[in-house]
Design a protein around this ligand. Structure first.
Ligand code: SF4
Length: 172
């Protein structure tokens, strides 16, 4: 098992930032899709009418749901979490944010020119097609035994996700 390099941890933090703002991640760790912008880019996000309190509750609920999903999917696929649990924590937080803003857990590790269209398309909704077909998770959420960064954990708690992803849900 190898220690997760600093650049990967920083990339994960930029994922969290990217799911909560319009920021485009500068790192090559994040891959680009080829989607062309469409009129759906201008659709209102699902949380547009929420108050900050309602949004916080919605993100907390989504965070619990995505944590439970991740633990179950790990068990079903015989995969494990990264040795640095802040990596899955940040990815799960990104998935939860997308669940609230888009209505679907769109992969948080990619840049999309039209997130609504991608979420509707479903290819990159977690678990994405590459994960379902080939056990390839470029977010490092679900790691196979041969991955250099695989740890021993097959469970992560809501509290761990909350703490390691950088604070209370919906506050970032
Ligand atoms: Fe992203 Fe796919 Fe991994 Fe889910 S399984 S976190 S969608 S790369």
């Amino acid at each position: 098992m190898r220690t997760v390099p600093m650049y990967l941890s920083l990339a994960m933090l930029s994922i969290l930032h990217a799911t909560t703002t319009a920021f485009v991640p500068p790192t090559s760790f994040l891959t680009k899709t080829t989607t062309t912008p469409t009129t759906s880019s201008f659709q209102m996000s699902k949380d547009a009418d929420m108050t900050p309190e309602e949004r916080e509750i919605a993100v907390e609920k989504a965070l619990k749901a995505m944590t439970a999903f991740s633990n179950k999917y790990i068990a079903n696929t015989s995969t494990k979490y990264c040795s640095d649990l802040s990596i899955p924590a940040v990815v799960i937080k990104g998935l939860a944010e997308h669940k609230v803003t888009l209505g679907a857990p769109l992969c948080p590790c990619r840049y999309y020119s039209d997130k609504e269209k991608e979420a509707k398309d479903g290819f990159w909704n977690c678990p994405c097609v590459p994960m379902r077909e080939r056990h390839e998770c470029h977010c490092m959420l679900f790691l196979t035994e041969d991955n250099d960064f695989v740890g021993d954990a097959t469970e992560i708690s809501f509290d761990q996700v909350n703490e390691l992803s950088g604070g209370a849900p919906g506050i970032v």
